[in-house]
Design a protein around this ligand. Structure first.
Ligand SMILES: [Zn+2]
Length: 359
């Protein structure tokens, strides 16, 4: 990821992202400013610049209270700074809890503070912060998600960071000493172990087929998900999917570690699974086992195989750089730019599903 650098410290010029979503007049303007006196806190002012009240999905998005990735951070050399928080996958097809929505009336705005030092390893120097994505929403106080997503693209905030202070800042994910382990960790019940093993096997088949399709299949199908037919992008997507097939293809070796139990305590209602990119650990939540089929033949439906495929793309040990959660679900994912889609976990899961189902 490369981002244009702002020349001024605390540059705060917003890029209005009033992009039409279907027939609806919806738009979000997100402006980043530095929180004075903090190590690296960024205040995001989110304004509804459309004509309708939006009930924005917060879980797993820019608005989540958990330490999910909210900002892209690059150093002075424009090199991305690794994210050390958590990526959480949600079940987006079911009824979602009230807690997972933020109602924002037309013309209104709110501020949310993002503690960048808690989820990025920052040294002394100048960093650039930005965010771009698409958020699923319902209209008014409804919780029924529309088929659209509201896109946003922030200004680039440039901020000087004191490395000593950043080093002392509490981290969202405490460092743990982890012994060398195989991919599938102990602690799984026999039924969860069987379910995980079957899902990883299906993940490998789907990723292999999707890799072949990305390389040499329909260009219009590829473009539907990744917004380009460029051969270099097709190669990148194919290489990542092939690497996922390798990781999912073995439960006894590989660079990722897979858990059946909530070892870091990030599961909650509607969370299917999560990934810690800094340690290449993937955790399946109880919902993964109770509410998902192994493999669905419905277009864009969620299942265990594509959820595991989604998580595998987040891990840098699978393919570097790991993906982000720029958008969830079909409508939000196809609203991304090509550069964002190539780094979006769900774009790979949705594409693999489409190739398998033939939709
Ligand atoms: Zn994810």
């Amino acid at each position: 990821m490369y981002f244009a650098r702002a020349s001024l410290i605390l540059a705060a010029v917003a890029n209005a992202a009033s992009i039409p979503n279907g027939k609806r007049d919806t738009g979000l303007e997100v402006t980043l400013t530095a929180a004075e006196g903090s190590v690296a806190d960024v205040i995001a002012t989110v304004k509804n610049v459309g004509a309708e009240s939006l009930n924005l999905l917060t879980l797993g998005t820019f608005l989540d209270a958990a330490p999910v990735q909210k900002l892209a951070v690059v150093d002075e050399a424009n090199a991305p700074v690794a994210f050390t928080g958590v990526y959480r996958s949600i079940q987006y097809s079911n009824d979602l809890s009230d807690n997972y929505f933020k109602l924002l009336a037309a013309g209104e705005s709110f501020n949310t503070t993002i503690n960048a030092a808690a989820v990025h390893d920052l040294k002394s120097g100048t960093y650039s912060f930005s965010a771009e994505g698409a958020i699923p929403f319902a209209i008014g106080d409804s919780k029924e998600l529309t088929d659209n997503a509201v896109t946003y693209k922030t200004n680039v905030l440039t901020m000087a960071v004191d490395g000593e202070a950043a080093k002392l800042a509490p981290k969202a994910i405490p460092e743990m000493t982890i012994a060398e382990r195989t991919v599938l960790q102990s602690g799984c019940t026999s039924s969860n172990k069987a379910a995980t093993t079957a899902a990883l096997s299906s993940c490998a088949s789907l990723a292999r087929a999707a890799s072949t399709a990305a390389k040499s299949g329909s260009s219009s199908k590829f473009s539907e998900y990744f917004k380009t037919t460029s051969s270099s992008v097709r190669s990148t997507v194919a290489a990542r999917l092939s690497a996922v097939a390798t990781q999912c293809g073995s439960i006894t070796s590989g660079g990722t570690k897979y858990y059946c139990t909530d070892v870091y305590d990030y599961c909650e209602s509607n969370v299917l699974a999560y990934t810690l990119p800094s340690t290449n650990e993937i955790v399946n939540c109880p919902l993964y086992y109770s509410d998902l089929p192994l493999l669905s033949s419905t277009c864009h439906a969620q299942d265990r195989a594509t959820t595991s495929l989604h998580e595998m793309t987040h891990a840098p040990a699978t393919y570097s750089p790991g993906t982000d959660d720029n958008a969830y679900g079909y409508s939000a994912s196809i609203a991304l730019s090509s550069a964002s889609a190539v780094l979006n976990a769900d774009s790979y899961a949705l594409y693999a599903n489409a190739i398998y189902v033939g939709c």
